[in-house]
Design a binder for this molecule. Structure first.
Ligand code: PAF
Length: 287
């Protein structure tokens, strides 16, 4: 059996481990997660291991990024199983802080990335989400002081917002992006897929199929408004309630004019029963 990574639960323990690696000239990558790990997370760990000498994985279900009616209390938590997966992936250290370690009773600070990166799409539906994410990520960065950190493209807005925060606050941390990992039928891996009923699970891959078709239409020269209209229709027809389906500049997330002339990203969130699925795909410009 693979050797399990050491678990630390406090900031001094984390800093001690990182300091001793640093003294030996090792580079360190942090993979921030909320646990309930799956193959998507393992690909983040793989990216970390390829790029750094030591990999720290944090597991913290961060209450401040959940809205009042969201799934914080029922979010899947299986530390033991996560620990075993991280042993197989050969992560070096698992950091599992508690809520009081992360947030003292008089905690009063927010880190916010303002503007178009966070105000629309996930930011419209989940108004306090990104402030919660940026604050906890900034804290994890300062607690661990890694050379680099790995984020998945699955949460595309989050990835761009973290990159912005690091630039704006002069954090000397390189942000590495890892591609979305999908099930065989195309459904993007997510800890929340576990909530899908068997019937919902058979409908869920329609999201990716429709997004690929919309991306093809856009690359083929169909105007943005028309392609999105079609896409929303296809999704609703497949039984997925559309929260948003948007195509944006891939780097700035600014809205596009009539056609896709530069690299773009198609982003969507849909509701299927009680489950909210998000996904995104690249859209290549017309030739
Ligand atoms: O992507 C996630 O799992 C979370 O938003 C993160 C980055 C671990 C912050 O809580």
């Amino acid at each position: 059996m693979a050797q399990r990574p050491q678990i630390v639960r406090t900031i001094p323990q984390l800093r001690k481990a990182v300091r001793s690696w640093r003294r030996r000239g090792k580079t360190i990558a942090l993979v921030p997660t909320m646990g309930a790990l799956h193959a998507g997370h393992m690909s983040l760990v793989e990216t970390a291991k390829k790029n750094a000498n030591r990999t720290v994985v944090s597991i913290f279900v961060n209450p401040t990024q959940f809205g009042p009616n969201e799934d914080f209390s029922i979010y899947p938590r299986h530390e033991q199983q996560d620990w075993e997966m991280l042993a197989k992936a050969k992560a070096d250290l698992l950091y599992v802080p508690s809520v009081p370690v992360m947030y003292s009773e008089d905690f009063s600070t927010n880190v916010e990335v303002l503007g178009h990166l966070t105000s629309r799409m996930e930011g419209s539906t989940r108004p306090h989400h990104f402030a919660g994410v940026m604050t906890v990520v900034a804290k994890l960065f300062l607690q661990c002081l890694p050379d680099m950190a790995v984020f998945g493209e699955k949460d595309y807005q989050q990835l761009l917002a973290v990159q912005r925060m690091v630039l704006d606050l002069d954090m000397p941390i390189e942000i590495l992006a890892a591609p979305i990992v999908r099930e065989e039928d195309g459904l993007a891996m997510s800890s929340r897929n576990a909530y899908l009923s068997p019937t919902e699970r058979t409908l869920a891959p329609r999201l990716y199929q429709v997004m690929q078709n919309v991306a093809k239409e856009l690359s083929g020269g169909r105007p943005v408004n028309e392609a999105l209209y079609l896409g929303r229709d296809w999704l609703e027809g497949a039984g997925l309630r559309v929260d948003y389906l948007e195509v944006r500049d891939a780097n700035t997330l600014l809205p596009l004019e009539e056609y896709v002339n530069d690299p773009a990203r198609l982003l969507a969130a849909v509701n299927l029963g009680q489950v909210r699925l998000i996904d995104n795909v690249p859209v290549y410009p017309m030739h």
